[in-house]
Design a protein around this ligand. Structure first.
Ligand code: NDP
Ligand code: ZN
Length: 350
């Protein structure tokens, strides 16, 4: 066993606080990683506060992990001590169901083991995430960080990046398509960059008129202020694809109406009931499709890391001292981060 330290929530109402705990001894296929950086995802807030009703405490968030290999198990073949590696939202899956065999471990029919707050498949212990100085993960769920990516900037690719890249690719977004990105936070700002790199004409839908200029710097061609009914109306039947990163319940109907016939609206931000209700006419009368998407498989996560390296795509990050993590959560909820906090794990020692 390794003694590790990190920041965890002890209950849904407790702030995150330092905690000492044990990481498991290496299994033959395990890689031990010294964590150098970890991105802060809005899912971390949902989970720390049990907003999805599935939290297990103590809950140590963090699934945008970048670090360096410090030890490898006897059967590890892909990684060596000293390699720069990443860990995203999953650390295990059944490996034999149809989804796993299709490189879609996130849809594992027995349920993937998430990086935090899930029972480990072998010893049943509660997984602890990346707000920590180390982690031990099977090499099957470890990613290689391309040499040309800077390490802190690569961390958010492991969740915000793959979650936006995967549905754009799955639904075949191509040059000339009109793509709308809903919400410009960690996921949304990456969505703009990917849609742009795929050749789409990109529009940001935002509540925040102040983000208009920055959205254009991210690559957006247009900005629609979603709280202005006139702007929403003017975009009627305009888009091929909408990627919805809004983390709270919101009215989908005005957004659906901005899709052309056969348009596709993909939810990634919401895993609660849709409220207010969806008006089915907004789907039926135009053969529109409403769907969802969860992160991406391990092979595709490696692919998006390479894609970012190749296309010079970089997350916009603000480095965070882990001692300010609770303040960072408040700032994220207020929309005050450009556009991803990344914890510098050196501050865990300081
Ligand atoms: P952020 O907090 O970084 O960004 C969310 C953005 O949504 C904000 O910047 C804001 O954009 C908009 N927004 C926030 N609150 C509201 C509101 N009340 N009404 C309308 N818009 C709002 O979050 P992330 O990008 O980290 O995560 C977004 C969501 O995606 C979260 O719910 C997260 O749990 C989920 N997620 C889902 C994954 C999946 O696999 N499906 C993976 C990772 C995250 P603006 O100011 O431009 O309006
Ligand atoms: Zn995430």
């Amino acid at each position: 066993m390794y003694t590790a330290i990190g920041y965890a929530a002890q209950s849904a109402t407790a702030p995150l606080a330092p905690m000492t705990f044990e990481r498991r001894a290496l299994r033959p296929d395990d890689v031990a990683i010294e964590i150098l950086y970890c991105g802060v995802c809005h899912s971390d807030i949902h989970q720390a506060r049990n907003e999805w009703g599935i939290a297990v405490y103590p809950l140590m968030p963090g699934h945008e992990i970048v670090g360096r290999v410090t030890a490898v198990g006897a059967n590890v073949s892909r990684y060596n001590v000293g390699d720069n590696v990443g860990v995203g939202c999953m650390v295990d899956s059944c490996q034999h169901c149809e989804a796993c065999r299709s490189d879609l471990e996130q849809y594992c029919q027995e349920g993937p083991t998430m990086t935090y707050a899930t029972a480990d498949r072998i010893d049943g212990s509660n997984t602890m995430g990346g707000y920590s100085n180390s982690i031990v993960v099977s090499e099957r769920f470890v990613l290689r960080i391309p040499a040309s990516l800077d390490l802190p900037g690569a961390a958010p690719i492991l969740c915000a990046g793959i979650t936006t890249y995967s549905p754009l690719k799955h639904y075949g977004v191509k040059a000339g398509d009109r793509v709308g990105i809903l919400g410009m936070g960690g996921l949304g700002h990456m969505g703009i960059k990917f849609a742009k790199a795929m050749g789409a004409e990109v529009t940001l839908f935002t509540r925040s008129p102040s983000k208009a200029e920055e959205a254009r710097k991210q690559g957006a061609d247009h900005v629609i202020v979603s709280t202005d009914p006139a702007q929403m109306q003017a975009a009627s039947e305009h888009f091929d694809f909408l990627l919805d990163t809004i983390p709270v319940q919101h009215d989908l109907n005005p957004y659906l109406q901005t899709l052309k016939f056969d348009g596709v609206h993909i939810l990634v931000g919401l895993i609660e009931p849709v409220d207010p209700a969806l008006h089915a006419a907004n789907l039926v009368l135009k053969r529109r499709v409403l769907g969802g998407s969860l992160i991406g498989g391990i092979a595709e996560t490696q692919e998006v890391l390479e894609y970012c390296a190749e296309h010079g795509i970089r997350c916009d990050i603000e480095m965070l001292d882990i001692r300010h993590i609770n303040e960072a959560y408040s700032r994220m909820i207020a929309g005050d981060v450009k556009y991803r906090f990344v914890i510098d794990m050196a501050t865990l020692k300081g």
